[in-house]
Design a protein around this ligand. Structure first.
Ligand code: PLP
Length: 400
């Protein structure tokens, strides 16, 4: 055989049996078949076997199976991001003329997809108050196809009565889709409470290191799974084995990471709660957080995510405060090793409810020392109370 051929074939060898502790990374676009007729019949094994790298590799199957088991689900579909997991599910189940009910506090980009894309296709999108509970029944009409839940809302932390909503939806025959990114299957398993389809942004807690994007959709119904899997083929979405391997690595430490971040976050939230420049802390463990009693009933645990509402006088100084933080990096996303901070304004992103408290600051607490994180807040917080001359904001602080 010529060297040219031998070069091409150098990586073709089967490795035989080799057992490491973790799943090997199988990279593939092409999957090879033993015979022409096996190739022609390949779609018989589309859902569970291997036909083409985009639709699954042994590495992605290990992750799918792990996530299904953790969620008490039967199947998992992986997508390149949490947002694509949400939009793929909506496009798989919602048709022109349908009505969908969407929680008012849902993830911003999915709201944009509903308003800017689904609405244009002739889908009626109706938003509802996260506190609706069993009264969701009054919003369900014969056209209502699907209800989208997210609990708690990932900026303002309203907790929902998921079992009550799922029970009402079941009676009326509509599908319940829940974004469970906040809790992950560790803190809450929506499939055990009547939810049909659960989406999780693995980019957050599961990957956990701020360097991977992926989404997961789990189902308990084989027909729903097949519809979703068919949809991935239609639109051409898949994930790489390398990134599946990184998410599998993240899963192993998710429980300890989350517990540690939760403990630190609660400490910081309690300290912030006592500061005169903070009007309110938005964290489900605080009794004035909407849905606090439901959180106690259903979960009772938390993670590193919470927000604060600065007082009216402190509102103009929010950016100066955020800029003064050193350990908390400014950026989107959460659930990772590094602490993050992001100023947000929920006002414009509501229509079924009203947000009148102004801008908020969201923290995603990571794994740094709680003492160092507290010291960072302590050195930056005085910025919130500095007065700026409204006539000359560029001159900075002035002493009244
Ligand atoms: C981040 C996030 C998503 C989207 O995940 P990406 O992987 O960043 O697309 C969806 N839902 C919630 C609640 C999120 O926080």
């Amino acid at each position: 055989m010529d060297d040219e051929t031998r070069y091409v074939q150098s990586n073709d060898r089967p490795v035989g049996s080799f057992d490491g502790l973790t799943a090997p990374i199988y990279r593939a676009s092409t999957v090879v078949f033993p015979t022409a007729s096996a190739f022609e019949r390949r779609y018989e094994q589309f859902y569970d076997g291997y036909t083409y790298g985009l639709y699954g590799t042994p590495t992605s199957r290990v992750l799918e199976k792990a996530l299904a088991d953790l969620a008490s689900a039967s199947d998992t579909v992986l997508t390149p991001s949490g947002q694509s997991a949400l939009t793929l599910t909506l496009s798989a189940f919602v048709h022109p003329g349908d009505r969908i009910l969407v929680v008012d506090t849902c993830y911003g980009p999915v709201r944009a997809y509903c308003d800017q894309y689904l609405a244009r296709l002739g889908v009626n999108v109706t938003y509802f108050d996260p506190g609706v509970g069993g009264r969701i029944d009054t919003l369900i009409d014969p056209r209502t196809r699907l209800i989208l839940l997210e609990s708690p809302g990932s900026n303002t932390m309203e907790f929902m009565d998921v079992p009550a909503i799922a029970a009402a939806a079941r009676k009326r025959g509509c599908l319940v889709l829940m974004d469970n990114t906040w809790a992950t299957s560790l803190l809450y398993k929506p499939h055990l409470h009547g939810v049909d389809v659960v989406v999780e942004a693995l980019s957050k807690h599961a990957a956990g290191h701020g360097d991977v994007l992926m989404g997961a959709i789990t189902t308990v119904d084989r027909a729903l799974f097949r519809r979703l899997k068919d949809m991935t083929r239609l639109v051409g979405l898949g994930v790489s084995a390398d990134e599946c391997s990184l998410v599998l690595r993240g899963l192993a430490t998710l429980p300890v990471r989350m517990a540690r971040a939760a403990e630190t976050a609660l400490k910081l939230a309690e300290w912030l709660h006592a500061q005169p420049s903070i009007a309110r802390v938005l964290h489900p463990a605080f009794s004035d957080c909407p849905g606090h009693d439901l959180w106690r009933r259903d979960i009772g645990r938390s993670n590193g995510l919470f927000s604060v509402v600065p007082t009216k006088t402190a509102q103009p100084n929010i950016n100066a405060f955020v800029d003064a933080l050193r350990l908390f990096k400014i950026g989107a996303s959460w659930g990772g090793t590094h602490s993050l901070v992001a100023p947000q304004d929920p006002t414009g992103a509501r229509c079924a409810t009203r947000w009148t408290e102004g801008r908020i600051v969201r923290f995603s607490v990571g794994l740094e020392s709680p003492t160092d994180l507290l010291a960072d807040l302590e050195q930056a917080l005085p910025r919130l109370l500095r007065k700026i001359d409204p006539a000359n904001p560029l001159l900075g602080e002035f002493v009244p």
